[in-house]
Design a protein around this ligand. Structure first.
Ligand code: PLP
Length: 381
């Protein structure tokens, strides 16, 4: 990034802003080269050496992501879970991890596996019970506290500042999965988190066409260099083409975010008092249990994710998820197209997700079309 900007909207719109002196091209090239030559004195010509160590197409994306989250540095990974696995790699045998009972199920499955195979202690806390996170932390033993907020797919809101305080008092680091609330709204590092993690597959890219992950750190300390080593030698690097597409996707992040926030709010308000719906889970609703904390830490909007809990239980949820025409019945979230999912079907049998829950990822379509689509699906219940 050669330009400076004080507003994240301008920063994003001009992401990777580029003017090639030779051709006048206004978008950056993709650096596909895996390896980088040395000069006549056998010194490296640039900071690049081999793409598993870093690539010129990563650099503008990583610096943009670091600025968006107010961090010291960012690191791209091949997928969200590759980034998460690298973070968990920082925890040693005999230490302890604290993670939520309900969180992105793949991330939890990996933490459980690592805990089992590496003799790492693991306590899962009930994220909707005040004080449960604090009670799960073991002074001097807990190395990492994991928070996901809002919690997928129930959308409870965790107080990041309180979690940071509790983690730090015990000598642990706090990692926040902020995938569903990118830095245009929520900046966990500003509230005391040590790492913020995003699956860039979701809002950051926004077009459901690349996998990717990013870890942003508050400080570039010894642990950060260890994380670089993990990426370099475990090999979970993003491809240059994916990095380029991610940068392109991020140019429209601010406007996409505004559109999905408005759509989710319209859907939540419309269905909150629907006779077939027990509850709408969305932190943007003023009477949502997470609203007060969300106002403090989601300052740029409450996002595009919400869940409908149906009075008719599992069967009703399943019918709605199979009956929409505009909401596509598919997993994932954060794209320009709206998606619907009956989570109980796709999660593992021991998942804590209520059977009557359908998760919605609102895209950027017209709100009235999304509402009409859900209305007609509910008529089949
Ligand atoms: C999708 C997702 C992940 C995993 O990311 P991948 O890019 O699919 O590996 C982790 N956390 C949350 C909240 C997610 O939505």
């Amino acid at each position: 990034m050669t330009r400076t900007s004080h507003d994240y909207r301008s920063l994003l719109a001009q992401a990777g802003h580029f003017l090639d002196e030779a051709t006048g091209a206004v978008t950056p090239p993709i650096h596909l080269s895996v390896t980088y030559a040395r000069d006549g004195d056998y010194a490296p010509i640039s900071e690049y050496f081999y793409t598993r160590y870093g690539n010129p197409s990563f650099t503008p994306v990583e610096s943009l992501l670091a600025r968006l989250d107010n961090g010291a540095a960012a690191m791209l990974f091949a997928s969200g879970l590759a980034g998460m696995a690298a973070l968990v790699e920082l925890v040693q045998s005999g230490q302890h991890i604290v993670a939520p009972e309900v969180m992105y199920f793949g991330a939890q499955a990996w933490i459980k596996r690592i805990a089992r195979t590496r003799n790492i202690g693991l306590t899962l806390y009930n994220q909707s019970q005040p004080g449960a996170l604090e009670a799960a932390i073991r002074h001097g033993e807990t190395a990492m506290v994991w928070v996901e907020t809002p919690v997928n797919p129930t959308w409870e809101v965790i107080d990041i500042a309180a979690a940071a305080k509790a983690a730090h008092q015990a000598g642990a680091v706090l990692t926040v999965d902020s995938t569903v609330a990118p830095g245009v709204s929520q900046r966990p590092l500003d509230h005391g988190a040590d790492y913020v993690f995003h699956s860039s597959t979701k809002y950051l890219n926004g077009h459901s066409d690349i996998l990717g992950g990013v870890v942003v750190a508050r400080e570039t300390n010894a642990r950060w260099y260890e994380l670089e080593e993990v990426r370099r030698y475990s090999g979970g690097v993003m491809g240059p083409f994916e990095a380029w597409l991610l940068l392109r996707g991020m140019r429209t992040l601010a406007v996409r975010w505004d559109a999905v926030c408005a759509n989710a709010m319209a859907v939540a308000e419309h269905f909150r008092s629907h006779p077939k719906i027990e509850r709408v889970a969305y932190p943007g609703l003023p009477d949502d249990p997470g609203h007060a904390v969300a106002v403090q830490q989601m300052t740029g909007g409450f996002g595009g994710m919400l869940s409908l809990l149906l009075k008719g239980g599992y069967e009703a949820a399943n019918t709605v998820a199979r009956s929409t025409a505009m909401f596509i019945p598919a997993t994932s979230l954060g794209g320009v197209e709206s998606l619907i999912e009956h989570r109980a079907v796709v999660e593992s049998p021991d998942s804590m997700t209520p059977g009557n829950l359908v998760r919605l990822s609102c895209g950027i379509e017209a709100a009235a079309d999304l509402i009409a689509d859900l209305e007609q699906a509910l008529e089949r219940v």
